[in-house]
Design a binder for this molecule. Structure first.
Ligand SMILES: NC(=O)c1ccc[n+]([C@@H]2O[C@H](COP(=O)([O-])OP(=O)(O)OC[C@H]3O[C@@H](n4cnc5c(N)ncnc54)[C@H](O)[C@@H]3O)[C@@H](O)[C@H]2O)c1
Length: 339
């Protein structure tokens, strides 16, 4: 049985406790939170659970094999470093940390300690994203021309990071996962309307090798809750709507024939292929449960995590680069992957 300690029992931490306790090979045995009311909430929901005010007590406890860090992003690096130093396996909520330098330290220490380091890039465990990846890898969609992600709602607002680090982090994690590549350059513009200095709306794009363009619009200040991704390939096009649990994916047999000239609008219309729309059955599973069970599996079987330290480091590097672009009023920034 893998014994797990959770640091941070705010909005998200309780979900980790629930899904880990649904796993036959793991149990949450300890929760650490600075806030007494959150410790009381944990004790009430899970009688018998050991709680502590001190995160160090969780990460150094001899009764714990692995730690899940679900605290504000500014604290991720120091808590995860302490846990790795104490020889624990670590799952850190997204994003892994704030800077590439911090990420490098975490990846190096996890290798040195031979411990699993994984990041909660939960969309890599989403059944819709998995299906899109199959479509791309099986060449159903053809060459991806562009993707456009929208992730908006009115709140919830964070104070520890901006909307780029909070929401766009999700889009960025699955762009690279879907394309199996890293972006060559990117840019973003953002504004803070509600909290000075913390951007609450961002529009950005990343350019991938071969020319695929990936756009994202993320906002905490929007009347519509939307979680969509449009993928346009040269063979087919897909719309994924993560809010539609019954029919999340529509595969459009649409395209344009390039190889003929046309002189009239009527002729132009004949160049457009407007075929069937397929709505595949997508078997849903709770992405957080799949993610946390994968973490347990990686510890138990010595597997390399899907969203391991290295992949999480790449996301942090992209976030850092886009934040620089925001500072520079949307300047295109080049991403070098040899450093
Ligand atoms: N994957 C997802 O979809 C998703 C969703 C929500 C949040 N998250 C991530 O989960 C993390 C937590 O988010 P949240 O919404 O629960 O935040 P939150 O502010 O609601 O909760 C954080 C908790 O951590 C505690 N805390 C703060 N500093 C601490 C420290 N040094 N030691 C111990 N406890 C400490 C706070 O008292 C609080 O109870 C963030 O990294 C966030 O990005 C991920």
């Amino acid at each position: 049985m893998i014994r797990i300690g959770i640091v941070g029992y705010g909005h998200w931490g309780p979900n980790h406790v629930r899904v880990i306790n649904e796993c036959k090979d793991a149990r949450v045995v300890m929760v650490g939170d600075l806030d007494a009311s959150r410790r009381a909430a944990a004790s009430q929901a899970h009688p018998g659970l050991v709680t502590t005010e001190l995160p160090e007590e969780v990460v150094t406890s001899p009764n714990i094999d692995a730690v899940i860090v679900s605290t504000p992003v500014v604290t991720h690096h120091s808590i995860a470093m302490s846990a790795l130093n104490a020889g624990k396996h670590v799952l850190v909520e997204k994003p892994l940390c704030q800077t590439t330098h911090e990420a490098d330290e975490l990846v190096a220490l996890s290798r040195q300690q031979d411990r699993v380091l994984m990041c909660g890039h939960v969309f890599l465990f989403n059944a819709g994203v998995r299906r899109l990846r199959e479509y791309i890898y099986d060449d159903v969609i053809g060459t991806v021309r562009y993707m456009a992600a929208t992730r908006t709602n009115l709140g919830p607002f964070r104070t520890d990071v901006n909307v780029l680090y909070d929401l766009a982090c999700h889009d960025i994690s699955f762009f690279s996962f879907l394309l199996g590549a890293l972006p060559e350059s990117g840019n973003a513009v953002a504004s803070s309307f509600l909290q000075p200095g913390i951007e609450d709306v961002v529009f950005g794009s990343l350019k991938y090798p071969g020319g695929a363009l990936c756009h994202f619009h993320d906002s905490w200040v929007n009347p519509r809750k939307e979680r969509t991704l449009v993928v346009v390939g040269d063979k087919k096009m897909v719309v994924w709507d993560d809010m539609n649990s019954l029919e999340p994916i529509r595969l459009y047999d649409k395209g344009v024939q390039h190889d003929q000239y046309y002189d009239t609008f009527r002729e132009f219309r004949t160049q457009i292929r407007d075929g069937d729309v397929l709505i595949p059955r997508v078997k849903q599973c709770e992405p957080l449960k799949a993610q946390d069970h994968h973490f347990v599996e990686c510890i138990r079987d010595g597997m390399t995590p899907l969203s391991g330290g290295q992949e999480a480091r790449e996301v942090v590097k992209i976030l850092e680069t886009l934040q620089r672009s925001i500072k520079n009023e949307g300047r295109q920034e080049v991403l070098h992957w040899d450093v």
